[in-house]
Design a protein around this ligand. Structure first.
Ligand code: PGA
Length: 238
């Protein structure tokens, strides 16, 4: 079971360090739950400092370039992340796809480069509201998932775009159905993302093919992030 907090463009270095220091011992209270936080680039180092050497919480970036180095203004490479102690990265988040021009091909390249360099990857897929309404969910998922490399360090996050930041969580049945479909295409762990909160985490995580969650808004508050990680441990123990 994996719970990843995606902080998006929240928490600068100072706040990130303090937050990390507050949650550093959380894994001891959530047995069996792998916990990951994904701060903005400038806050990665401070987050690692706040967690300290003894914490089992891992730190991932929210994006990563595919190449080791080069003339790619504004990008950060896998070895640069590894050098400071970051062990993974999210790629293909729907905000990157919708607002920053990411395509299935750029997502594939980023995932491939990150995996080859030794990072873990959370690759995001998911349909929009209009795609679901048009009955295209499976076609979209198939297109997005088919380009992803097969690797034991790759995890897929199913994040229906209509559920992200909207408070409109997928029902446990809808999530389960999509996860089972994604796994039929790509046998790997699949996280659910989209308005996961302490109140709905337990039932979502109890679905057989929901292997964890990628949490945005509710990961920004130590109390709610804590509660989601504990709900994951409960779902695991049940
Ligand atoms: P949300 O975001 O939990 O705020 O809906 C999820 C995500 O974007 O990964």
């Amino acid at each position: 079971m994996l719970i990843a907090g995606n902080w998006k463009m929240f928490k600068g270095p100072h706040e990130a360090r303090e937050f990390a220091a507050q949650i550093r011992r959380l894994p001891e209270r959530a047995p069996g739950v792998e916990i990951v936080v994904c701060p903005p680039f400038v806050s990665l180092g401070p987050t690692l400092q706040g967690l300290g050497a003894g914490s089992a919480i891992r730190v991932f970036a929210q994006n990563v370039h595919s190449e080791l180095e080069g003339a790619f203004t504004g990008e950060v490479s896998p070895p640069m992340l590894l050098e400071i102690g970051v062990t993974g990265a999210v790629v293909g988040h729907s905000e990157r796809r919708q607002l920053f021009g990411e395509t299935d091909e750029t997502v594939r390249r980023r995932a491939q480069g990150a995996l080859e360099a030794g990072l873990a990857v959370i690759a995001c897929v998911g349909e929009t509201d209009s795609e679901r309404e048009a009955g295209e969910t499976e076609r979209v998922l198939e297109r997005q998932v088919s380009v992803l490399p097969r690797h034991d360090r790759l995890v897929i996050a199913y994040e229906p775009v209509w559920a992200i930041g909207t408070g409109r969580t997928a029902t446990p049945d809808t999530a389960q159905e999509a996860h089972a479909f994604v796994k039929s295409l790509h046998p790997t762990r699949v996280l659910y993302g989209g308005s996961v909160k302490p109140e709905n985490a337990r039932t979502l995580l109890a679905q057989p093919d929901v292997d964890g969650a990628l949490v945005g808004g509710a990961s920004l508050d130590p109390g709610s992030f804590d509660a989601i990680c504990l709900a994951a441990a409960e779902a695991l123990a049940a």
